[in-house]
Write a protein that binds this ligand. Structure first.
Ligand code: HEC
Ligand code: HEC
Ligand code: HEC
Length: 205
């Protein structure tokens, strides 16, 4: 510290250093305070991401490496070869289905080929704060999922009866029962669900 006349200030050097410490504590405290809601979001976010980056088939808890079937099983990289990818590099299953590259069977029984019960009905969900509204489309879902996959355990057959938010989705509830596990992850491609701009929200995609 220099005084106004340029001489070192030995008398008061304690005061600025205490002030500095107080300021530092204030900054650290403020950062921690801000970080709490962020971590609240980030932890499930990271978990959801890890799910996608670690395909279940390569997980030693899922796959028994000592099983005689192990050598004949296809690895995900080999199985996914040639499938269309989304902009994040994950398989775009809807595009694969729409383009006819894959044709899911309705049953594992060899001779039976049942028709899927397709429901062409969208549900608009508006509890999205500043994000575009969510459009839940029944049609693409019911092309490969039966009603009982969702009703009534995950969702009641009444619009607006579920209290959904992103935290619950990241933790694997509601849409997160599948999205982030077997369907595209909610950490990417927000716009695939939040597809209906309203009021001041804009389409950024
Ligand atoms: C798999 C579909 C899906 C994806 C992907 C998705 N959301 Fe959501 N989001 C929802 C649903 C469903 C709701 C609840 C809507 C309701 O209840 O009306 C919601 C609600 C929200 C809300 C308001 C409630 C809350 O949790 O604060 C925000 C903000 C939000 N989403 C942000 C995002 C962001 C940012 C992304 C991308 C990182 C994203 N969402 C990706 C389905 C999705
Ligand atoms: C992938 C999950 C999923 C599948 C599969 C599914 N639904 Fe739904 N369904 C929903 C969601 C989500 C809602 C909205 C719930 C909410 O808003 O709380 C809904 C709402 C409904 C509603 C209420 C609509 C309204 O206007 O109140 C009916 C009826 C319904 N579904 C029937 C069906 C039938 C029939 C099938 C099978 C052909 C089916 N659903 C398959 C997720 C699904
Ligand atoms: C039972 C499993 C399941 C649940 C629950 C579920 N989804 Fe899906 N969803 C899928 C599958 C499987 C696909 C197709 C695979 C993919 O696109 O990754 C899909 C695809 C989608 C698509 C893409 C449709 C298209 O034509 O591109 C949207 C949008 C979507 N889901 C929104 C939602 C929202 C919003 C919820 C919650 C309200 C939800 N899903 C709940 C399984 C589910």
């Amino acid at each position: 510290m220099l005084t106004a006349n340029g001489r070192p200030n030995n008398n008061h050097h304690q005061i600025p250093s205490v002030m500095f410490k107080l300021r530092l504590i204030a900054i650290v405290a403020a950062t921690c305070f801000l970080a709490v809601p962020a971590i609240d979001w980030l932890i499930p976010l990271a978990r959801a991401q890890a799910f996608i980056l670690t395909p279940a088939a390569e997980d030693p808890d899922v796959l028994d490496a000592n099983s005689p079937a192990d050598p004949v099983l296809q690895l995900p990289a080999e199985a996914f070869l040639g499938l269309p990818l989304d902009r994040k590099g994950a398989v775009d299953w809807m595009q694969a289905l729409n383009s006819g590259i894959i044709a899911p069977r309705t049953t594992t029984r060899q001779m039976v080929m049942e028709e899927m019960e397709i429901l062409d009905q969208d549900v608009i969900m508006k509890n999205t704060r500043d994000m575009p509204y969510v459009k839940f489309p029944h049609k693409p879902h019911t092309r490969w999922l039966s009603c009982s996959n969702c009703h009534n355990e995950i969702f009641a057959t009444k619009t607006g009866s579920s209290q959904i938010n992103m935290r619950k989705i990241f933790l694997g509830e509601y849409c997160g029962v599948c999205h982030g596990k077997v369907a595209f992850t909610p950490t990417n491609s927000c716009e695939r669900c939040h597809s209906v701009p309203h009021g001041s929200t804009k389409a950024w995609w």
